[in-house]
Design a protein around this ligand. Structure first.
Ligand code: FMN
Length: 213
């Protein structure tokens, strides 16, 4: 009986030790993830920001929408990374039928116009990583985004481009960001069909996971 009890107590001690070891291991993993995240933040030295333009109203494939496709992706990014947001809102009113907007945008692009936008970013220095996103309009970002690129020097940042589109993917958006910011660290871009954004948050989550967020 005495022998049995001592075997049982040895077993209990063993179970306790291995259980606390595995708890310690999962805490260790959590800590490691947090540390990796912090390290990345420390290395970059700042916070994250999503800069985007998005057009609500009548659009191709999705009809008359209250919230633009790119804004939905921008909101997913902020939800899953905690990034702040700056929405580029054009002074000019784009509230018009899709077929008219197509023509207006074509002219803006052909003329290299730089339409004004509202508001400004108070302290751009606090951000080290900037997601930049917009719809593809005639093969690149809408012209008003180029006004933003002219106003803000992001050459010392990590830039993560994204687009929503209806077939052109990233088009020349990544190249155009690289041209605007030749010294920035520009990561591979992420493109998503505009008609997909409302039903496919997972695609954004998986992309962000791949980036380590
Ligand atoms: C003026 C205009 C031009 C467009 N040009 C393109 C294009 O060149 N390639 C493409 O794939 N989609 C094009 N689209 C479709 C948009 O990129 C797509 O619907 C996008 O998801 C819209 O995003 P938003 O709702 O955030 O503005 C265009 C849409 C508009 C209104």
């Amino acid at each position: 009986m005495k022998k049995l009890l001592s075997i049982l107590s040895i077993l209990l001690v063993f179970m306790f030790v291995s259980c606390s070891q595995s708890n310690a291991k999962s805490e260790e993993n959590n800590d490691k993830n947090k540390k990796d995240m912090n390290k990345q933040m420390e290395k970059d030295g700042g916070k994250m920001l999503v800069v985007f333009f998005s057009h609500a109203g009548e659009n191709y494939s999705v009809g008359d929408i209250k919230v633009g496709n790119t804004k939905i992706v921008a909101d997913y990014i902020s939800k899953h990374t905690g990034a702040d947001q700056f929405e580029i809102v054009c002074e000019k009113d784009y509230n018009m039928p899709y077929m008219k907007l197509i023509e207006v945008a074509k002219q803006e692009a052909n003329n290299g116009e730089l339409p004004a936008y509202k508001g400004k970013i108070e302290n751009i220095d606090q951000y080290s990583t900037i997601f930049i996103g917009g719809p593809v309009w005639w093969g690149t970002y809408p012209q008003v985004m180029f006004t933003f690129f002219k106003d803000y020097d992001l050459n010392d940042k990590t830039i993560i481009p994204f687009t929503t589109h209806e077939g052109s993917g990233l088009a020349s958006c990544v190249d155009d960001i690289k041209k605007a910011y030749p010294k920035a660290k520009v990561l591979d871009g992420f493109a998503m069909y505009g008609h997909d954004v409302r039903t496919n948050e997972n695609k954004v989550i998986n992309w962000l996971k791949g980036l380590g967020y």
